[in-house]
Design a protein around this ligand. Structure first.
Ligand code: MEV
Length: 443
């Protein structure tokens, strides 16, 4: 197979030159340029800002920014911004939010807000000796990071603790400094990583110049220093609850009790079967990721975190729990969410900034509760459909609209297609044939 030529120095080329390079690989320079240009912002200042967020930027990649209204969370009403490419996500979130707004709303609480990071190092000495040195080492580590943590301490956060973890049983001479942080309203990745790198440097010097240590003990090999995206102590809980009678209106022909019992079985299946658990949790992240994107948060970190949490018992399970007790139905989501409402993209990206404004400029804790409510809402909506009508009824309406757009249907064609497919199964070939038949009739 012919290998494409390696491009050297791509990042140093101007945007025009980069587009020329792309054109060499994919076709007409003219077409590429006009396509990429058409998605750039007219406002130069804002476009420059977006260009500089990442490397080698050629254009903007648009995703719909929408709002799921009427989330009543702890008695306060929110209209939640969401960014998603999946057609049914905002519709499902809004439908569930509306239902729960009429039945007591979402009850949410932040359980803890601690994040952590580690300095991974090798030390070839006796563990007891290391433990002996630890108090002095910690003193030096706090002193060395004093300047870095000043602002955060003033805001009420900073380093919360430093612990030595012995992993020599897993790998020769391997220890960790496990450092915990409270980063208040920022996600805190840069803050945590800067503190850890400073600590690593200080620790290396601490051993190197400690006179009473043997030659061997003076050699502390730093492997790496990095925050952990697993934050089991940055945890939020969100639940909904109502009487079984209040569920009578959920689906015609199904009593509230019947619906709740079926819902419970579906929820139980997601606890015991990993195939179902994955899809169930994906539905939760449909909501969570959409809010994360709309508020400038790191959805990859959030996802990684949630999936590890879902495996905390050694088996991957659903992140939710359902129960029926004393005639009441309860559904709960507990999830670690490390979010920020200041710093990073939250203030840089104009729409993330707007998203946070729409939510009333929440604190990180408030955003944790809002985001969890969005996740629970999407998941409740999915299970509600799955145990009643099936998922395709709702999905197909949105799918049809996407297919019609792909086929470049005009207003009249769309109107006819919506009527025709109202009670029919939608597939690309069926829709294509239908649109072709209208177009042929008109010829
Ligand atoms: C689709 O994006 C999400 C669902 O598959 C979630 C679920 O099955 O619970 C509908």
């Amino acid at each position: 197979m012919k290998r494409k030529a390696i491009i050297s120095g791509f990042s140093k080329l101007s945007r025009e030159e980069k587009m020329e390079k792309m054109a060499e690989l994919t076709g007409s320079a003219e077409r590429i340029k006009s396509q990429l240009d058409s998605f750039r912002l007219k406002n130069k200042e804002q476009q420059d800002l977006l260009d500089e967020i990442s490397e080698n930027t050629l254009s903007n990649f648009y995703l719909p920014f929408g709002v799921a209204p009427n989330f009543l969370i702890n008695e306060k009403l929110y209209h939640i911004p969401m960014v998603t490419e999946e057609s049914s996500v905002i519709a499902a979130a809004s439908r569930s939010a509306k239902f729960w707004a009429d039945h007591g709303g979402f009850h949410a609480r932040v359980i803890s807000v601690i994040k952590s990071g580690q300095v991974h190092f090798l030390w070839n000495g006796k563990k007891d000796r290391l433990l002996e040195l630890l108090p002095e080492l910690k003193f030096e580590l706090y002193r060395a990071t004093k300047e870095l943590t000043r602002n955060m301490r003033q805001r009420g956060g900073g380093i919360q603790g430093i612990k030595l973890v012995d992993l020599t049983g897993e790998m020769d001479n391997y220890y960790q400094l496990h450092v915990t942080f409270d980063t208040i309203d920022s996600m805190g990745a840069n803050f945590i990583n800067s503190c850890l790198e400073q600590m690593a440097q200080t620790m290396r010097k601490f051993f190197k110049y400690f006179e009473e240590l043997s030659e061997e003990e003076r050699n502390c090999e730093i492997i790496m220093s990095i925050l952990s995206n697993y934050t089991p102590d940055c945890l939020v809980e969100c639940s909904v609850e109502c009487s079984l009678e209040e569920l009578n209106s959920i689906h015609p022909g199904l009593s509230g009790r019947e619906f709740a019992e079926k819902f419970l079985k579906a929820s139980k299946i997601a606890e015991l079967d990993v195939y179902r658990a994955t899809t169930h949790n994906k539905g939760i992240f449909n909501g969570i990721d959409a809010v994360a994107l709309a508020t400038g948060n790191d959805f990859r970190a959030i996802e990684a975190n949630g999936h590890v949490w879902a495996s905390k018992t050694g088996k991957y399970k659903s992140l939710t729990q359902a129960s029926i007790s004393y005639n009441r139905f309860r559904y709960q989501l507990t999830i670690p969410l490390s979010l920020g409402t200041v710093g990073g993209l939250t203030s840089l990206h104009p729409l993330a900034k707007f998203g946070l404004e729409l939510l009333g400029k929440p604190s990180a804790k408030e955003l944790m509760m809002i985001t969890a409510a969005a996740g629970l809402s999407n998941n409740f909506g999915a299970l509600r459909s799955l145990v009643t009508t099936g998922i395709q009824q709702g999905h197909m309406k949105m799918h049809l609209s996407n297919l019609l757009n792909t086929l470049k249907a005009d207003y009249e064609e769309k109107k006819q297609a919506l009527e025709y497919f109202a009670h029919k199964t939608v597939s690309y070939s069926e829709v294509e044939a239908f649109i072709k038949s209208i177009r042929t009739k008109l010829q």
